[in-house]
Design a binder for this molecule. Structure first.
Ligand code: PXP
Length: 255
């Protein structure tokens, strides 16, 4: 298999358009309009996290995003915690993909990966129900060998490796730590691929740090939100997506 010829998909996470809307408690800006623009700019899919506290995306957004993705023929990747009411919404929505993430009310964003090993018995029936319902099931984990094997045995078809610590280490100029984390993600991607899992990456990715992640041979999808939405303020949403896709292609040496 010639990995380098596969261009990883770019999933654009539009949560923070809803964050901005919710700051005023009104209807503008609309994350569904942003999702349409993102797809028109070349996003391969839309990612949205329906959090238990509904701090950004809400139930109505999810329904409208699923309708938009069906209309535009692009996948919706619905991120959720493995809790009954949100799982129920995911079952009713039937998105193309679901990504199980850990969630803490007090966190600013998703800190660290899901403990698929520790929560194995709790997660397995949920993962299997979501898969039987027609969604592709992903686990958002750290690139640690036992979490990868646990994800597989829970019934995941995909693992998404959390790139947050890597991005943070680079921001702090901790190059040795970043290199160590990159090596762990490269090894994790190989392990996951050999287990038959599709490999995704996401969290904290930017124009500056995306190249080495996009160059990992097994990667099939990158999910990027906060940075792209932030760049939309200066360069615009479409140019930010076009530039991110250009950098991903360049990392694979795809012209
Ligand atoms: N992937 C997953 C599973 C996430 O939880 C998030 C954040 O919601 C992202 C990707 C996107 O991270 P960021 O907004 O930092 O690009």
């Amino acid at each position: 298999m010639h990995f380098e010829q596969i261009l990883p998909r770019l999933g654009v996470n539009i949560d923070h358009v809803a964050t901005l809307r919710n700051a005023r408690g009104d209807i503008h800006p609309d994350p569904v309009d942003a999702a349409r623009l993102a797809i028109e700019a070349g996003a391969d899919g839309i990612t949205a996290h329906l959090r238990e506290d509904r701090r950004h995306i809400n139930d109505n957004d999810i329904a409208r995003l699923q309708a938009l993705c069906l209309e535009m023929g692009k996948p919706l990747n619905f991120e959720l915690a493995a809790v009954d009411d949100i799982v129920g919404i995911a079952m009713a929505t039937k998105p193309h993909a679901v990504c199980l993430v850990p969630e803490k009310r007090t966190e600013r964003t998703t800190e660290g990966g899901l403990d698929a090993a520790g929560l194995h018995n709790q997660i397995t029936p949920i993962a299997r129900a979501l898969a039987d319902n027609g969604s592709r099931v992903s686990m958002f984990i750290e690139a640690v060998p036992h979490q990868i094997t646990a994800s597989k045995s829970c019934g995941a078809q995909v693992v998404e490796f959390h790139t947050g610590a890597y991005a943070h280490a680079l921001d702090m100029d901790e190059t040795d730590k970043a290199e160590e984390l990159l090596k762990a993600m490269q090894a994790g991607a190989r392990q996951a691929y050999e287990l038959g899992l599709e490999v995704h990456f996401g969290h904290g990715l930017t124009f500056e740090n995306v190249t080495k992640i996009a160059a990992i041979p097994e990667v099939r999808e990158l999910n990027i939100g906060h940075f792209i939405i932030g760049e939309a303020i200066s360069m615009g949403l479409k140019p930010a997506i076009i530039e991110m896709r250009r950098l991903i292609a360049a990392a694979r040496e795809i012209k």
